[in-house]
Design a protein around this ligand. Sequence first.
Ligand code: ADP
Length: 203
Amino acid sequence: MSRPLVIGIAGGIGSGKSTVARALADAGCLLYDADAEVARLYEREDVLATLRDWWGDDVAPLGQGLDRARIAGIIFEDPAQRERLEGYLFPLLADERAALIERARDEGFPAVVIDAPLLYEAALDAECDVVIFVDTPRDERLSRLRSRSGWDAAELERREKAQLPLDAKRERADYTAEGSGSRADMARHARRLLEDVLNRPAG
Ligand code: ADP
């Protein structure tokens, strides 16, 4: 069985990365959803036990699961604690990705799609054969984020500053997906793009 192609999705906040990734999954790819994988790790009892060990029982009161706000506070205040958490979680996530790619190979999926909010920042592009940049005008991203999470322009700017600049992401990517228009437009475009990606010349 040949190795599946690994496709990473990059783009601005609210550009529609997850929407494009889901469209590619509907078109036959196997999806790696980083947010969902992190959520699954945070349900594992061994992971919760480690975090209680580091930061006290209040971070995951017994029977209540993880207090995400408390964890966010700890790692926001202290970069060393953020590094500690990432140093623990990232290898576990890498194992999950490797297992998913194995599964895709065994089950004959043509491609695995990696939907991770910080693909480049977390160096996940190194695992990808191609990266698709989802291109969506800022106004449209802001209006989506406004209705999803009530963000204003300042909030979007604040969060974007913590990421690699958008132009750098666009430049480093291999393909561009249309992120504006309706969800149906995006899905149609993503399906066409997938054909191009799977049929691209080798090398
Ligand atoms: P990202 O993964 O890049 O943050 P999402 O795919 O989660 O982006 O989309 C951001 C928000 O915009 C979500 O609430 C999503 O439902 C909404 N959205 C995505 N695509 C469209 C679209 N074509 N039209 C309207 N809203 C959209």
